[in-house]
Design a protein around this ligand. Structure first.
Ligand code: HXC
Ligand code: NAP
Length: 291
């Protein structure tokens, strides 16, 4: 077995209806593919219907599952209501909402227009709020139990980060929403959890966060103590477990999947990695002399 292998047994998500926002590309597509393999019916939704249809067709073919494409810009509440209705009409009651859609780009914060900042906050925080409110209110009204929401955040939701300030601001809000509703709405039979991924190469993220020469200059694997970036299947394995009934006691949790990346940045002396082995004995002698 390797970290690229599939983790759960066949049928682990059988009978579940799952909605993945931003499911037409990148990590949303990878998670959708695995959910289908595990027996779920999955609706994917984002702005670009042609891309979604192509993905649904490809995944239906490769997994033998049922994937349904619905256009929806999560920034608009009425579009989210329509998306929810369309999917419910097609598949019946929905069991899981995966808030994965996001927008992001790097920029010095002082260069951002007001609309640029709003655009990211609207997709990430307001979009997650819109989907959570529409799905959550419906679950409360219909008294449907054993449902759950999984939010994809980032590790800079904890630490903040320069040059992606709208995204950091919005993802921190999503983390607070996750933990708040995990407690408040548990009485309605809902669980809320989040995953904070480290670097997982996708076209969407890499084009916007490491454009042009930056990808060579700032190789993301170099920042990871385990020395590599994430594999999409690793994220799909974790997400499938968290939304499945195996994860039924998991609530209000934010699971970091980053090979130790954010802790490396946080620990004040982690830069001492750069000290060659031979120098340590000299340093020790110097320290002992001072005693
Ligand atoms: C500065 C920018 C900009 C940039 C857009 N804007 N790109 N400002 N630098 N690179 C400004 C525009 O000028 C405009 O402001 C405002 O932002 C809205 O831009 P639009 O292009 O009109 O917006 P829209 O068509 O809605 O597109 C949204 C988008 C785009 C976010 C800008 O990149 C997109 O569609 N992204 C979706 C996918 C995505 O971002 N995936 C990456 C997720 S990665 P003005 O004032 O001119 O009107 C991720 C990883 C996190 O989250 C952690 C990694 C480790
Ligand atoms: P991606 O492929 O660009 O995924 C983003 C998705 O969001 C796209 O499918 C996009 O589809 C959709 N989207 C954007 N704006 C939308 C809107 N207004 N309404 C509905 N859908 C919208 O990038 P990714 O790397 O897979 O990112 C997926 C998630 O992982 C994001 O939440 C991201 O923050 C998170 N993440 C990624 C990494 C990484 O290293 N890749 C690390 C940490 C966290 P359309 O363009 O069709 O709308």
């Amino acid at each position: 077995m390797t970290h690229k292998d599939k983790m759960l047994r066949d049928g682990s998500l059988a009978g579940k209806v799952i909605v993945v926002t931003g499911g037409g590309s990148g990590l949303g597509k990878a998670m959708t593919s695995y959910f289908l393999e595990l027996g779920a019916k999955v609706a994917i939704t984002s702005r670009k219907i042609e891309k979604l249809r192509a993905t649904a067709e490809e995944l239906n073919e490769s997994t033998g599952g049922e994937c349904f494409a619905v256009a929806c810009d999560v920034r608009h509440y009425e579009q989210v209501e329509q998306m929810h209705q369309q999917i419910s009409d097609h598949f019946g009651p929905i069991d899981v909402l995966l808030n994965n859609a996001a927008g992001n780009f790097i920029s010095p914060t002082e260069n951002l227009s007001s609309n640029a900042f709003d655009t990211i906050v609207d997709i990430v925080l307001k979009g997650t709020k819109n989907c959570t409110m529409v799905f959550g209110k419906h679950w409360i009204k219909t008294k449907q139990k054993k449902v759950n929401v999984l939010n994809i955040i980032t590790t800079y939701a904890f630490t903040g980060s320069g040059y992606v300030v709208p995204s950091a601001t919005a993802k921190a809000g999503v983390m607070a929403m996750t933990r708040s509703l995990a407690v408040e709405w548990s009485k309605f039979g809902m669980r809320f959890n989040a995953i904070a991924p480290g670097p997982f190469p996708t076209k969407g993220a890499w084009d916007r966060l490491l454009p042009g020469p930056l990808v060579k200059k700032f190789d993301p694997s170099k920042k990871v103590p385990l020395g590599r970036v994430g594999d999409h299947q690793e994220l799909a394995n974790l997400a499938a477990y968290m939304i499945s009934d195996f994860g039924g006691y998991l609530n209000g949790e934010v699971i970091v999947l980053d090979g130790g990346e954010w802790l490396k940045g946080a620990g004040q002396f982690n830069m001492l990695d750069k000290i060659p082995k031979a120098l340590w004995s000299i340093l020790k002698k110097t320290m002992l002399k001072k005693k």
